[in-house]
Design a protein around this ligand. Structure first.
Ligand SMILES: *Cc1c(COP(=O)(O)O)cnc(C)c1O
Length: 358
């Protein structure tokens, strides 16, 4: 019998998705977003598989350090920048590119006296209202950064889209217009698009794109599947049946007895639970692939197990292979049953789950 739950990572699909992104990006350079352990796919193996990416982007300094320690030599962008002088020194030592979104970060650069030359991505807040200089504050921030030398800086400009996954693209249009207006006449490289921006309907046309989810083969859209976008799922979360049992009509299954058999049924107990990152929010009826066939999850997700109604399937026994999401069952579809998004399910795969590269 195979090991129990494992996340099988298809590195060929990763590279395929990067190619799809490149074709879609029409010559723009690709910053592969590998924050949060590459959305649960393993930071280092993912970066190694994506050697053709023009740069990597992470949220935190520590993630960049892990990449450098693994011998990754491509540019690495810290999407939140640094917040302390010693972190700026580390960034200098490892050649990280910095997002600057706050006056404190400009101060840190002004006080830096080393010899490093930073690439500084100035973030403009065009409506997300999370990070970035408001358009009215951006000129002053830019001027302060332009005035600094040393360190010599290469300035680039970015913004982040709040609603590019929605079919109504008014907000995206407004953000694009505000970004264009704020950066008019400036001769710096620009970046706007995340996955939804890149695959959406608004032509954003920039020098760099910043896809995360698309690399992993999932769609951010309600109404467009990953397959329709030309993407292939990278992670298959695989496990096995560890017990089967007959339950009689009116018996219940699992904690809280939340599922009651409406007729005599066969239940498969599967080795996967919230201890592995399988959301306890997954509703009854969530599809699970048992031997390649769909069957509904029943009762509550527990820490190490779920129960699946396999009454309609034949030949289910201990050791029968199970797929929780991946090839044949998109993670986007499973996410809907937990009222969440594929990002959260992918990032949530826990430390207990070994990654298996294929
Ligand atoms: C996470 C992130 C991305 C990638 O977003 P996806 O929707 O996964 O493509 C791009 N840009 C920034 C600033 C991010 O934080």
């Amino acid at each position: 019998m195979n090991r129990l739950i494992r996340a099988v990572i298809d590195t060929r699909a990763l590279r395929h998705n990067l190619q799809t992104i490149r074709a879609r990006a029409r010559g723009a350079r690709v910053m592969a977003v590998v924050k949060a352990n590459a959305y649960g796919h393993g930071l280092v193996p993912t970066a190694l598989a994506l050697a053709q990416a023009d740069a990597f982007a992470v949220a935190r300094l520590e993630e960049g350090l892990v990449l450098r320690a693994a011998g990754i030599t491509q540019p690495i962008v810290l999407l939140e920048g640094v917040f302390a002088a010693e972190h700026l020194l580390e960034a200098a030592r490892h050649g990280f590119d910095l997002v600057v979104h706050d006056p404190l970060q400009i101060e840190l650069l002004e006080e830096y006296s080393g010899a490093a030359r930073f690439i500084v991505w100035i973030k403009i807040d065009t409506g997300m209202n999370r990070l970035g200089f408001r358009p009215e504050d951006f000129p002053a921030a830019l001027e302060r950064i332009q005035r600094m030398r040393p360190p010599a800086l290469e300035v680039r400009l970015l913004t982040h889209l709040a609603r590019a996954d929605e079919s109504d693209d008014q907000m995206t249009q407004r953000q694009l217009a505000l970004f264009q207006q704020s950066t008019k006449g400036l001769d710096y490289a620009r970046s706007i698009a995340n996955t939804a921006g890149l695959f959406g309907n608004v032509e954003l046309g920039c020098d760099w794109v910043r896809p995360g989810l698309a690399l992993y083969g999932a769609s951010p859209f309600e109404d467009k599947t990953a397959a329709e976008l030309g993407l292939q799922p990278v992670m298959s979360l695989e496990t096995s049946v560890i017990a089967t049992r007959k339950v009689k009509k009116n018996e219940t299954v699992g904690y809280g007895g939340t599922w009651k058999a409406s007729h005599d049924s066969t239940i498969a107990i599967v080795a996967a639970g919230y201890g592995d990152g399988i959301s306890r929010g997954l509703a009854g009826g969530t599809p699970v692939l048992i031997n390649g066939e769909r069957a509904p999850l029943v009762g509550r997700v527990s820490m190490d197990m779920i129960a699946v109604d396999v009454t309609k399937l034949s030949r289910v026994r201990v050791g029968t292979p199970v797929v929780l999401w991946g090839v044949g069952l998109p993670v986007e579809e499973v996410a809907r049953y937990a009222a969440t998004i594929p990002y959260e399910l992918l990032c949530g795969v826990s430390q207990r789950v070994p990654l298996e590269l294929r």
